[in-house]
Design a protein around this ligand. Structure first.
Ligand code: FES
Length: 150
């Protein structure tokens, strides 16, 4: 039985934005408290505060690869503030869905992106509303990745 849809498979087989940017403006690494997998995101931010480029490296599963491929696609060309609005639910929607046990893999992508932006903000001396209360070292427990019983 196919548990992954075609879009997820396409991003898994041919992921976009793989690698690490040289002289990145922001770099974030996040380890999932759920499975222990790791993801690194590097970003370049231009003078208009737009994300000019983003790349990812992951030591994670296929869903993490598909999620980060999609997530980096979704933030390139967006402003930093817009990129901070990217939730794991939006990534999953854009992928056309992930199996419930794999939702946490998309959280990895969201969190690694926020960590990279956090690093950028620290270095550039900027503050963003979307970063309020965000601690890159904190293990998030408040993502509800288990669907409620019907
Ligand atoms: Fe760890 Fe998917 S199982 S990222």
């Amino acid at each position: 039985m196919a548990i992954y849809n075609e879009k997820v498979m396409e991003h898994f087989m041919n992921p976009h934005n793989v690698g690490e940017l040289e002289n990145a403006d922001g770099k974030g690494t996040y380890g999932s408290p759920v499975c222990g997998d790791m993801m690194q995101i590097t970003i370049k931010v231009d003078e208009n505060d737009k994300i000019a480029d983003a790349k990812f490296k992951t030591f994670g599963c296929g869903s993490a690869i598909a999620s980060s491929s999609m997530a980096t696609d979704m933030i390139i060309g967006r402003t930093v503030e817009e990129a901070l609005e990217l939730s794991n639910n939006k990534i999953v929607d854009e992928l056309g869905g992930l199996p419930p046990v794999k939702i946490h893999c998309s959280v990895l992508a969201e969190h690694a992106i926020k960590s990279a932006i956090y690093d950028y903000a620290q270095k550039a001396g900027k503050t963003y509303k979307g970063l309020e209360g965000f601690d890159p070292n904190e293990e998030e427990e408040d993502h509800h990745d288990i669907p409620e019983e019907e």
